[in-house]
Design a protein around this ligand. Structure first.
Ligand code: CAA
Length: 381
């Protein structure tokens, strides 16, 4: 088993690190405070290829593979986990969705602009009463001749207000419930479509999160993504891959928190010596480093599994998301503890990292949902 990254993978990851340090770091504290998106950085990431990471060259992507993509997401997340999630949703859910389920015409129509950063994508599945249970959604899409007419409201859509391309899931057959859901692609200027409430979030405040409102939004039948009534399977397939990206985000946040704690423990003097000399602190650092190593190794293993295309990775992606997000919680908790009272103050980076980490245990499937997915797979084996 060879864990060595090739030169191209190393270059992609190093370039993401350089970009994060030079372009994201100077802005993140202000954006976190104001709850604003770094739109300029997203555009630049597109120009550098980071918005077409797993898309073949023929559609404008850089085809870098899932391993390099996961590594790049770690680097972005270490500095600005909000920008990282916008990149993740765009690549893992929108680009992948069009690539896997789109017609040739849809691939050619959407992917070149999405991969270059000219356009940004969002993925809209959740609703007020359909979170962990997306089969219960109530955005209705009624077929009328050559059109679908959409009515209803989605919520918690990452990049909902800044996206140009919206991938949305709606009920096309009320009687069939979860088996009557379809996926659609639409442009932000579609008549009857508007952006609703902007959420004021606890963390990842440099990512936007909004409601999307559909009021007699008429879409031509060509807007359907994949087959009618097969939308839930499309959403769940995409989320399997998305969970690898969220795990990368969780690892990146934890790495940043660990580095902050390590540095602080060597500088902070109490009882006449740096606190790193106390075994209580050393044990915390040892646990953090060990858990990070485990999660990072599992991340690259599952990324490789997806990239090799050799095997279904549903169970592995769920295990990874569960472990990495909860590991990140423990690491951020300890990092803040090592900082003592200072860690609770906004002047210190760990305060933001602690808030940013929390969502990784919730979106793209809560920890409890990951356990359901894992248990089902174990029991059916
Ligand atoms: N991968 C691919 N297909 C899957 C799948 C998976 N992991 N799990 C189920 N499917 C398929 C099934 O085979 C079935 O297909 P058929 O209709 O062809 O038979 C279909 O999908 C429905 O499956 P189930 O009947 O098993 O579905 P269920 O209602 O029992 O739900 C669940 C299963 C695991 C609870 C699932 O609903 C789930 O993962 N829920 C969490 C949803 C989620 O992650 N939401 C996140 C919102 S998006 C977000 O957070 C984005 C963001 O902004 C960052």
């Amino acid at each position: 088993m060879d864990f060595t990254l090739n030169e191209e993978q190393k270059m992609i990851i190093q370039e993401a690190r350089r970009f994060a340090e030079e372009r994201l770091a100077p802005k993140i504290e202000e954006l976190d405070q104001k709850g604003e998106v770094n739109l300029k950085a997203l555009k630049e990431l597109g120009e550098l290829g980071y918005l077409g990471m797993t898309v073949p060259e023929q559609y404008g992507g850089v085809n870098a593979g899932v391993v390099a993509y996961a590594g790049a997401l770690i680097e972005l997340s270490k500095v600005d986990a909000g920008t990282a999630v916008a990149v993740s949703v765009h690549n893992s859910l929108v680009n992948e969705g069009i690539l896997l389920f789109g017609s040739e015409q849809q691939r050619q129509a959407y992917l070149p602009a999405l991969t270059s950063g000219e356009k940004l994508g969002c993925f809209s599945l959740s609703e007020a009463n359909a979170g962990s249970d997306p089969g219960a959604l109530q955005l209705f899409a009624n077929r009328n001749g050559d059109e679908y007419i959409l009515n209803g409201t989605k919520n918690f859509t990452t990049s909902g207000d800044i996206a140009d391309v919206i991938m949305v899931f709606a009920q096309t057959n009320k009687d069939k419930g979860a088996k009557g859901i379809s996926a659609f692609l639409l442009a932000k200027d579609a008549a009857g479509f508007s952006v609703g409430k902007h959420e004021n979030k606890m963390g990842i405040r440099s990512a936007s999160c909004t409601e999307l409102v559909f009021d007699n939004c008429r879409l031509p039948v060509e807007s359907l993504l994949g087959q009618e009534n097969k939308g839930l399977k499309i959403a769940l397939t995409l989320l399997d891959g998305g969970r690898i990206s969220i795990a990368a985000q969780a690892v990146g946040i934890a790495q940043a928190a660990y580095q902050e704690a390590l540095r602080y423990s060597k500088e902070r003097v109490q009882f006449k010596r740096p606190i790193a000399q106390f075994q209580a602190i050393q044990f915390m650092l040892a646990e953090m480093a060990t858990e990070l190593e485990l999660a990072t190794t599992l991340l690259f293993k599952v990324a490789w599994l997806k990239e090799s295309g050799s095997k279904d990775y549903v169970k592995e992606a769920a295990m990874l998301k569960l472990y990495a997000s909860e590991m990140s919680h423990r690491v951020c908790h300890k990092a803040l503890q090592i900082h003592g009272g200072y860690g609770y103050m906004k002047d210190y980076k760990v305060e933001r990292l602690y808030r940013d980490q929390r969502i990784t245990e919730i979106y793209e499937g809560t920890s409890e949902i990951q356990k359901i997915v894992i248990a089902r797979k174990i029991l059916e084996a």
